[in-house]
Design a protein around this ligand. Sequence first.
Ligand SMILES: [Zn+2]
Ligand SMILES: [Zn+2]
Length: 420
Amino acid sequence: MNESMQVYLSAWPTVWAMDTGRYLVGATLMAAILALFWRAGLARRKLQARDPATGQRRREFLASLRTAFIFSLLGTIVAVGDHQGWITIYKGFGQAGPAYLVGSLALMLVAHDTYFYWVHRAMHHRRLFALFHRTHHLSRTPTPWAAYSFAVPEAIVHAAFVPLFLLVVPMHGLGLLAFGIVQILRNVMGHAGAEVHSAAFGPGRWLGWNNTTTHHDLHHETSRYNYGLYFRWWDKLMGTEHPDYRRKFEAIIAPEARTTQPAIAGRVLVRTIAALMLAGGLVVAAEPTRAEGSPVGRWATPGVAAIVELAPCADTSGLCGTIRWLWDAVDEKGRPRLDAQNADTALRTRPLLGLSILSGLTRSPNGSWEGRIYNPEDGQTYRATVRQTAADTLTVEGCVLFICQKQAWRSASALAAVLR
Ligand SMILES: [Zn+2]
Ligand SMILES: [Zn+2]
């Protein structure tokens, strides 16, 4: 038996015990917190109305133990690599001080978040989903036990990160240990099923870049959006964050969430209406976009926040764009959303649905369409340039003076085809 094999075999039991142990400790800790504080407040922070399926925890638990086993098989390669000098793991502070430990740990978390986001998105591709990622999504309402419930191929993909990272960046042993702890804690928090973060960690505040339970739970609930692990950066950058994330987090941690029966009934009603709207939107989206080269047809704004129909204007020449569908068509009280930000107070009571936001678009010699766009979010009207950059993509640019904002709108029918 060669030396590497001997190192591998002698290190493996310890690595396996650590991988399995941190899962058992992390998931048990989270399950205990949920049980102990359920009545004291966590019940009000439950994220989905449905409960975990029977036998789900057992399935998640067994799959997670299998993942810990696979993690240990690949993780032990790190011990061999350290022994052979392929990678560097510092034992003391002689070569690199505490500042390096902290800096490299931060870098490792950012790198892991990036790695996770992209492999996760890839695994959602319809060609890869069944083999790699379906097992994890069997948990529609995840529990802390789902932290490692991956199919074998997905477990291998995740296990590969640490050895790959170490090939590039030397780490302290303590840094690696801290990474392992942070990773499992964030993981069980994301799958808790009830929001366990305080308001300070919510979107838009000082720690808004942090992912919350609501964030990952929405991923399980919808099987799309929110692919990130620790941070929101990639989802925001790539436009894959759930459009309702902020609203849902704020609603769940707000004191008003401590609600009476009628208020809960109201919320159920709002959700039902939203679901019907979504169904309606998909039907609307299924209508084919017309003639290539002319942007006439239905277009989805980023994050499918709205579907805008471009058609010849009713009273003037050129093209006009009308809001035909809204993700957020009703407010918290179930009332239709209004043009509440309009500078003209008389116009603030008109509903957003059916509102014309693009007007007088005329074709310019370079093939783009020039006109005006109204942004209901700030109540301002901008100079607009609309250009069809691909059969399924419309680039919409709105400018005020020389400050411009560009968005890509997707053809609703192309989107519907993806969803099917
Ligand atoms: Zn998950
Ligand atoms: Zn997923």
